[in-house]
Design a protein. Structure first.
Length: 369
């Protein structure tokens, strides 16, 4: 299950630099607006040390991580909802993704132009939110007219939708994105086919200077990043502070060199790893593993998934013919030296289709089709 995350922001905030470091896809970078026109796409492994530990333990021939797909989408400007810049094209690309990584410029550099002449991350966030809300309003107003007609003929489902749409439009007109309108799970399901831009979960990525990358990790030490943290706290969003240029350098190093480089900066994990992990958890995802001599693999499933759901992540046949799942907790698997040791200690459990999978479970499915 590859999840798509769109990298968005105003022009010249460092989106393509960060995307290149993430994916080594070689997106063009330049100091002028709309350098990125078509979205660049890259697949990124979700770095999980547990996977490598499992693979080494069972001596697998192949190790396959779980992945996320990132799209570098053209910079947005004021008026995009009315077609300014690459507005309509940009907004269409955002509708394709499940989450948004909103890159915000939090560094001062006179050599890199800012489309609004002054670095102000809160204003920049408000510009993009406003354009996305205006686009969502247009979508809702168009659908609202159709649903009202159905409601007039007594369609109960349509009546409920009219109420929901009007509540959403009222909130958007008041400047509240859909993701901050306390929608229930049923409400989210009801509007899923609208692909509302402001309903998507957001991770704010603060692009800071090389000199400030360490201090930016500490709340209270970087005013621009702290301003973004305040915005994020109001809506329950995540924040990651990274330096795009440093991450581009790190991407060129091997693992040993990378660790030394990070240590010199006083960091234990690259900003890009933090970005990927934050985006992964933002979407409420978790990982379970399958392990054997041929292949050790990480599988992505939503939190709260059952063993039956997890089986379907591998193949529909596993789900259709599900008999049982043999489960070993990751810590027990490692401490026991693998499956035989876990069996010997009575740590292998046989679970049915309704078992709620725990992040890190090592699973083997029995099925018959």
């Amino acid at each position: 299950m590859a999840v798509r995350c769109g990298i968005v922001g105003l022009p010249n905030v460092g989106k393509s630099t960060i995307f290149n470091a993430l994916t080594a896809a070689g997106a063009e970078m330049a100091n002028y607006p709309f350098c990125t026109i078509e979205p660049n796409q890259g697949t990124v492994a979700v770095n999980d040390p547990r996977l490598d530990t499992l693979s080494q333990l069972v001596r697998s021939k192949r190790t396959i991580p779980t992945v996320m797909e990132f799209l570098d989408i053209a910079g947005l400007v004021r008026g995009a909802s009315k077609g300014e810049g690459l507005g309509n094209q940009f907004l269409g690309h955002i509708r394709q993704v499940e989450a948004v990584a909103h890159v915000v410029r939090c560094f001062i550099d006179d050599d890199i132009t800012h489309v609004h002449d002054r670095v102000d991350p809160v204003r920049d966030i408000e510009i993009i939110d406003t354009e996305l809300m205006l686009a969502d309003l247009a979508s809702l107003e168009k659908r609202h007219k159709t649903i009202v007609q159905k409601a007039r003929f007594g369609d109960k489902e349509a009546k409920d939708l009219v109420t929901l749409y009007e509540t959403l439009m009222e909130g958007l007109n008041a400047g509240v994105p859909a993701r901050r309108q306390n929608l229930s799970a049923a409400d989210r399901l009801a509007i899923r086919d609208l692909f509302l831009l402001t309903a998507k979960p957001v991770l704010y990525v603060c692009n800071v200077s090389e000199a400030e990358v360490s201090t930016a990790q500490q709340p209270g030490a970087h005013p621009l990043v702290d301003a973004v943290r305040t915005v994020a706290a109001a809506e329950g969003a995540g924040v990651v502070a990274i330096c795009g240029t440093i991450e581009a350098e790190i991407a060129e190093l091997n693992q040993a060199e990378r660790l030394l480089f990070l240590a010199d900066l006083g960091l234990t994990e690259s900003g890009l790893d933090r970005l990927v992990h934050s985006a992964y958890h933002l979407l409420g995802l978790m990982t379970y593993f399958t392990a054997g001599p041929q292949e050790t693999r990480a599988w992505t499933i939503p939190q709260g998934s059952t063993a039956y759901d997890a089986a379907g992540a591998i193949h529909s046949d596993f789900q259709r013919g599900f008999i049982r799942a043999e489960v070993i907790a990751y810590a027990d698997y490692i401490a026991s030296g693998g499956e035989p040791g876990a069996k010997e200690k009575g740590l292998l459990r046989v679970e049915g289709r309704d078992y709620l999978v725990v992040d890190g479970d090592v699973m083997h499915f029995r099925f018959n089709v």
